[in-house]
Design a protein around this ligand. Structure first.
Ligand SMILES: NC(=O)c1ccc[n+]([C@@H]2O[C@H](COP(=O)([O-])OP(=O)(O)OC[C@H]3O[C@@H](n4cnc5c(N)ncnc54)[C@H](OP(=O)(O)O)[C@@H]3O)[C@@H](O)[C@H]2O)c1
Length: 318
């Protein structure tokens, strides 16, 4: 009688297969579950969302999609006239939504700057009624793409960290009391595939690692304190934007499609989630392939993006 089946290796293999199948299925179902975003709506019907870096790309996509889902939107950026133009565009597309703007450069931001924005946001919700229920920490990007870390100046490195990590931390800290006042709050932190650790964009990559880690820690803290705010991190692959000249395709959505996918993931039960299904499919390779192979592939990809930029295209984020 064959005794192979009692070989302990077979049990280990079976357990590994069961675990992998469970993990894969669990992750895949995330894309089928209905969004619970509407739970943040309050009875007055006046729901406010703040989107940082809202004048372009993914941030403007979030602003459009939040308006489409019944939110009034506060657009944040550093350029007042660009913000006003975007607010007008939203007004034309979504006549029932209110929009407001707040202006603050997120680089070298001060305590006073953050406090002013927080007071402006409180004043906006008090003027119109309703609560700030959603904060989308979207602002970010690469200041000096495709550079070795010692090719950065002190200022460039600090700017990259401010844009991607420092401001997100400070604005979240300052706005949490407001977010806790409403029916239910939600914080969405925009991260990147580069959080895994990528060459030639190490400062940006590490800043996004901070975003992931802060997201997890905050979610754990809120769970421990039973606070009424959901925290979710959004892992993002390549997205075609005005500043990122990659070709659109199945794996490269535009900002609005990405934002819509992200809002559809709210309530999916994962703290950090690939917002867009096809980015998740891409991301599986990071989990399944050996790191040496991933590094070879990402190095080739980043070098080709570098060439693209030198050919005159703007490529800033990954
Ligand atoms: N695009 C991608 O492929 C990709 C991939 C992974 C992750 N991400 C992440 O997604 C987020 C959005 O990226 P995106 O590609 O949509 O960016 P984007 O198109 O370059 O837009 C960035 C937004 O941030 C604002 N901004 C930039 N610097 C600022 C500053 N110092 N102070 C205030 N506002 C500032 C910009 O305002 P101005 O209009 O004034 O410049 C704009 O509204 C970022 O966190 C990025 O890291 C993007």
């Amino acid at each position: 009688m064959p005794t192979d089946w009692i070989n302990p290796l077979a049990y280990i293999g079976l357990a590994a297969l069961t675990y992998t199948t469970y993990k894969f299925t669990r992750q895949a179902t995330v894309y089928l579950l209905p969004s619970t975003l509407s739970k943040t709506h309050n009875p007055s019907g006046q729901n406010w969302a703040l989107v940082t870096g809202a004048t372009d790309g993914i941030g403007f996509g979030f602003s459009q999609e939040l308006c489409a889902r019944g939110f009034n939107v506060i657009l944040h950026g550093r350029n007042a006239s660009k913000l006003e133009n975007r607010a007008r565009e939203l007004g034309a597309e979504f006549p029932n939504c209110k929009t407001e703007i707040v202006v603050l450069d997120v680089v070298s931001v001060t305590s006073a700057g953050i406090d002013t924005v927080a007071s402006q946001i409180r004043a906006i919700t008090e003027k119109h009624g309703g609560d700030l229920s959603v904060l989308v920490n979207n602002v970010g990007g690469e200041v000096k793409p495709y550079t070795l870390v010692d090719g950065y100046t002190f200022e460039e490195a600090a700017m990259t960290v401010d844009m991607n990590a420092g401001f997100m931390l400070q604005i979240t800290r300052a706005l949490l009391p407001l977010l806790c006042e409403g029916t239910k709050g939600l914080v969405l932190n925009v991260s990147s595939i580069s959080a895994f650790g990528m060459p030639y964009i190490s400062v940006y990559s590490a800043s996004k690692g901070f975003v992931d880690s802060f997201t997890r820690a905050l979610e754990a803290e809120f769970y421990a304190e039973s606070r009424n705010v959901d925290i979710m991190g959004l892992r993002v692959g390549q997205v075609r934007t005005a500043n990122f000249g990659v070709t659109r395709g199945l794996f490269v959505p535009n900002g609005r499609i990405l934002a819509s996918a992200a809002l559809n993931r709210v309530g999916c039960g994962q703290v950090i989630v690939w917002a867009y299904f096809w980015h998740w499919v891409q991301g599986l390779s990071v989990e399944l392939l050996p790191r040496s192979m991933i590094l070879k592939i990402t190095t080739m990809k980043i070098k080709s993006l570098k060439k693209l930029e030198h050919g005159g295209n703007k490529v800033k984020n990954t």
